[in-house]
Ligand binder design. Structure first.
Ligand SMILES: NC(=O)c1ccc[n+]([C@@H]2O[C@H](COP(=O)([O-])OP(=O)(O)OC[C@H]3O[C@@H](n4cnc5c(N)ncnc54)[C@H](O)[C@@H]3O)[C@@H](O)[C@H]2O)c1
Length: 283
């Protein structure tokens, strides 16, 4: 199925980035949120991404304006009748995702593809309240989606083959690399990432090193473009905590973060988006 028009639900950390990627490929995309302030922030973020592309000479100012105009920010369901793909990127709460998808199912055509950007929830459960769960796929982008090329495409137990194929086609059409992944807690990438983060926190404790030193060592080793603490801040500490809890439940203690993040979250430090996490952010 060809996607002529897409919609993204949630204009937060991920939703805005994903809408930017879709618009860059020339497709119109509705960006819906329940919070006007979040929509404004999301659109400002999209403009920033395009401004940087213009600065780097990747795109002309005129082209950037045309692409930005493809994104329609709104708080209602106007224009959903001819949307071919809806991707939800609302907070990582199962009941919320189920409710949001069940609601949107009543707004789109019967043929529309539905997708969830969940980091760790089973796609089967996310789709449990749908009338047609066959058309729900996991479409897991990584932060920052405007840069990261990989997208995991996950079939739930009920997802049909046609929906998975359509999702892969869409992902490739927006110039991303689709990897088909079996449904399991954490899928592929978060399973590896969270096990690594737990190990880094254990090393911090055992070796008596601090976040800055560990980040500097890992960056210098060339293993990753940024250290694990900076990455956790960028992902959002609350999201990292939720994902690690799910994985700990599934695979056991090796995913335990040893309380390294929960204390920060309790103090309102949720990473870069809240201005503070392991590091402090201004502006
Ligand atoms: N942050 C990451 O690095 C990352 C990476 C990959 C996947 N994810 C997943 O993406 C999803 C979104 O995460 P995020 O970090 O962007 O969260 P976020 O908190 O930054 O943004 C969520 C947005 O959803 C909006 N929202 C809440 N209820 C809504 C509703 N009923 N309809 C429309 N919008 C609604 C909120 O107002 C907010 O703007 C989660 O499932 C998360 O696990 C996050």
């Amino acid at each position: 199925m060809y996607v002529f028009k897409a919609a993204v639900l949630g204009a937060g950390t991920m939703g805005a980035e994903i809408a930017q990627v879709i618009s860059l490929s020339g497709l119109p995309v509705v960006l819906k949120d329940v919070d006007q302030a979040q929509l404004d922030r999301g659109m400002a973020h999209i403009r920033d991404i395009y401004a940087r592309r213009v600065q780097r000479g990747r795109i002309s100012e005129r082209e950037a304006e045309d692409r930005i105009a493809l994104v329609t920010p709104q708080t209602d369901y106007r224009g959903f009748a001819d949307v071919d793909l809806v991707l939800e990127a609302v907070p990582e709460k199962l009941a919320l995702k189920q409710a949001v998808l069940a609601e949107v199912e009543g707004q789109v055509a019967k043929t529309a593809l539905l997708a969830t950007n969940t980091s760790a929830l089973p796609v089967t459960e996310v789709g449990a309240k749908l009338q047609k769960p066959q058309r729900l796929v996991g479409m897991h982008f990584f932060f920052p989606a405007s840069v990261m090329k990989l997208v995991e495409v996950i079939a739930g137990e009920q997802t049909d083959e046609e929906s998975v194929d359509s999702a892969v086609e869409f992902v490739e059409g927006i110039r991303r690399i689709a990897v088909r992944v079996r449904e399991c807690p954490g899928f592929l990438v978060n399973r590896v990432l969270m096990a690594g983060l737990a190990e880094v926190f254990r090393a911090e404790r055992d070796l008596g090193l601090g976040p800055k030193e560990i980040d500097a060592l890992i960056a210098a080793s060339g293993l990753a473009p940024m250290g694990p603490y900076a990455l956790a801040d960028a992902l959002g500490l609350d999201i990292a905590q939720e994902v690690s809890e799910t994985l700990k439940e599934a695979y056991g203690e090796r995913f335990d973060l040893g309380g390294r993040i929960s204390g920060l979250i309790a103090d309102g430090k949720r990473g870069a988006k809240s201005g503070e996490g392991f590091y402090t952010y201004t502006g």
